[in-house]
Design a protein around this ligand. Structure first.
Ligand SMILES: *Cc1c(COP(=O)(O)O)cnc(C)c1O
Length: 361
């Protein structure tokens, strides 16, 4: 028998969450962002549930190829554009739209031979300082692109650093409005946090995280607040039980010492499955659908859970690391991520290849 661990991808939840993105931006078209293999869910798996999107955004050309192989003929946007000149051949062959964020990408376009002119999204660095033309250089880049026969249509794009937090988007929005003033073209500003928290005018929104049932502004808001459903469940079973006497420890480094008698279960999940190794004791977990916490250090293949809330639990009992548990129970991936000092993004993307994954619904 294989190890009892598995991940489930909930297709109706993905479709539901995409519909939430639409409801928040009724005047925009929606890119479903499927970079990083659909945030760890698998592009081929999520495709049937997200094909109602207006387009797919990603950054790996091989992933774009996989989407085309699935029969997707609509828009695909490369969020980081081309990494080298010959990537433009792939863009032409697969009809990919691409971001242009630095001068060399314009040089490559100017030298590119193509039958079909390209649709590009010119990226403004409005303050995040990762990718994009600075405001003073933006108009010049637009003028250059606009003069190229290789370019069919130019849209405007920027990315927010603080859409989920206190600083907000106003400062970057002002830079964007100023830099794009009087320039024709569609605009794409909002990621998940901006879609949910800021009702900005967009022609295209870029919905990533929210599609996968994680709240970008947790713990201020959780997925229940935003009406989102978990798209991934990671679950396993107990493979052993230990009755600890007071003073006995659990796991590597004896990090946890029982103050009193304690019954713990050993679950078949560890950091080699993608569970965060740095999760401290009492990181939330469901046992038979009842909320409990981890005990001691996370090992490569196992972790321990407190069985105090579920005295009847034993080997074979179901352990939900995140997502949907038995009897309608839920444990948001954000809850686990927060306890472990990370984000829902990181946990879902880190699901390890050794975990069998099944799509359902
Ligand atoms: C990943 C990414 C997104 C999606 O962000 P979420 O927070 O997951 O919605 C949007 N835009 C760009 C440029 C990205 O790289």
């Amino acid at each position: 028998m294989p190890r009892p661990i598995e991940a489930l991808i909930h297709l109706p939840a993905l479709a539901h969450n995409l519909a939430r993105a639409r409801a928040h931006s009724p005047d925009a078209r929606v890119w479903a962002v499927v970079k990083a293999d659909a945030y760890g869910h698998g592009i081929e798996r999520v495709f049937p549930a997200l094909r109602g999107a207006d387009g797919f955004a990603l950054l790996d050309l091989a992933e774009a190829e996989r989407l085309r192989a699935l029969g997707w003929r609509g828009p695909i946007l490369l969020l980081e554009g081309c990494f080298e000149a010959r990537d433009l051949e792939t863009c032409s062959r697969l009809a990919l739209w691409h971001v242009v964020h630095r001068e060399a990408q314009i040089d490559w376009l100017a030298a590119h031979k193509t039958q079909q002119p390209h649709r590009v999204f010119l990226k403004l660095n409005s303050g995040m300082n990762r990718l994009g033309f600075r405001p003073a250089a933006y108009r010049g880049a637009w003028v250059r692109l606009n003069a190229l026969p290789q370019v069919e249509e130019i849209s405007h794009l920027t990315h927010f650093s603080d859409a989920d937090g206190a600083r907000g988007v106003a400062h970057q929005l002002a830079v964007f409005e100023d830099a794009t003033r009087d320039l024709p073209g569609e605009r794409s500003l909002s990621n998940s946090a901006a879609i949910l928290r800021h009702g900005l005018r967009n022609d295209w929104v870029r919905a990533g995280l929210l599609c996968y049932g994680s709240a970008p502004d947790f713990p201020e808001h959780d997925i229940r607040h935003w009406g989102l459903e978990p798209a991934m469940t990671l679950r396993t079973k107990l493979i052993a039980v230990q009755d600890l006497q007071p003073g006995e420890s659990v796991g590597y480094g004896s990090r946890f010492v029982a103050a009193e008698a304690l019954r713990i279960g050993i679950a078949a999940c560890g950091y080699a499955d993608g569970y965060p190794r740095l999760a401290p004791s009492d990181t939330p977990v469901l046992v038979d659908g009842v909320r409990s916490g981890t005990v001691g250090r996370i090992s490569m293949d196992m972790l321990a859970v407190d069985l105090t809330p579920t005295p009847q639990a034993g080997p074979g009992s179901e352990v939900t690391l995140w997502g949907c548990g038995p009897h309608g129970s839920r444990l948001a991936i954000d809850d686990v991520a927060h306890a472990a000092g990370t984000l829902g993004y990181e946990l879902m993307c880190a699901l390890a290849p050794r975990v069998p994954v099944r799509a359902e619904g």
